[in-house]
Design a protein around this ligand. Sequence first.
Ligand code: SF4
Ligand code: SF4
Length: 365
Amino acid sequence: MIYKRYGKTGKDISVIGFGGMRFPSVNEKYDYDKCAGIVVKASELGVNYFDTAPGYCDDQSEIIMAHAFKSIKNPFYVSTKSNDKNGSELRKKLENSLKRMNLDKINFFHIWCILDIDDYRSRMVKGGAYEAALKAKEEGLIEHITFSTHCNGDEIETIVNEDAFEGMTVGYNILNFPFRQKGLTAAYKKGLGVATMNPLGGGLIPQKADYFDFIRGKNDKTVVDAAINFNASHDEITTVLCGMGSTEEVIQNCKIGDNLVMLEWEKLKEIEGRLYNSMDKLCTGCRYCEHCPKRISVSKYMLSYNNHILGDTKAVLNNVKWHWGIKVEDVRECIECGLCEKKCTQHLPIISRLKEINMWEETIK
Ligand code: SF4
Ligand code: SF4
C-alpha cells in the first residue's frame, strides 16, 4: 500500500481510504460481524483511513466501525462528520459519534457537506459549527478540523484561502474533475490534505466500461483501476475513498493501492484534456437533489439522462421505465421551484433536462 502525507498534519495516510457508506444489508438489517470483517480486512491489507458519518447505512455505519475497531491491530485514523450549523447541535453529534465508536478523539472531523459560500459562512458564525469544532479541538476531542463540500473550484479556493481547515473531502473523479480542479490546486498550495470520494462516478464508470476504456493506461487492468489511479496520481490528492461492501472489493481495491503506478504528469494532462469537454455534465448519482416537493425522483431521471450524453437518447426512456420502474410523465409535475438545482453537486440544469425527457417521450418511438 502506498501512503501519502495528509497536508501538514504529519500523518501518513493510505492512498486507498475506506468509505463506510456501502455496507451490505438485507431489508435495512446489518450483520455487524460480517460488515466489521470487511473493515478489519482493509486494515490488514494496509488501509489506515476509515471514513464514516452519522446517517450512513441507515445510521449504522459508525456502529459497524466501532465493532471493527475492537479487532483492528494496526494504527488507524477515523474521519466522521456533522452537517449541523448550530454549535451546540454539532457538539451533541460529536459526543454521540465518540460514544458510538468508543473513541477518545476523532482524528479528522468534517464540517460536512458545505453546499456553497453562503452555507460556508453560516457554519462560521459566532455560536456556529466551526466555533464548536474549534472548542472541541482545544479540549482534545478533535485532532484535525476538516470540511467536506460539493462546491465548485472557485468556491473551494475561497474557503481554503481563509485558513480555517487542515484538510477537505471532495467528490472528484474523471467525470467531474474540471468542476473542482481549481479548488484542489488551491488546497495543495495551502498545504491541506485531500480525500476524494466517489472515484467511480456513482458506478457509471464501470457500467460504461467500453465508453471509458480509453482512460486505461498500460498498467490498468480495468477502467476501475484506471479511475482510481487517475485520482491517486494527483499530487494534490492524499487518499481515494472507496466505498467497500465486501471483502472481495477490499482485496481488489487494495491491490490497486499496492500496485499503483502513478501516471506521469504528461499522461495525466493528456487524459484530462480528452475528458475536459463533456465529462463534467454527467450526473454522479450522489442524490443530494432528493426531497423534491412534488416527489419527483430527480437523481433517477438525471442518471438516466447520462445515456443521452453518452450517445444513446432512446436508452434514457428505457432506463427510466425499465431500470428504475418510474413514469416519464411524472416529470410534468415539476413546478420549477429550483430546489433540486440548488442542491445539485454537479450544478446540472435539472429542470431543462426533465423537459427534454418529457419531450423525447412524445417524439422518440
Ligand atoms: S425544480 Fe422540479 S424537480 Fe426540482 S425540486 Fe422543484 S419541483 Fe422538484
Ligand atoms: S442530479 Fe445532481 S445532485 Fe442529483 S444525483 Fe445527479 S449529480 Fe447528484
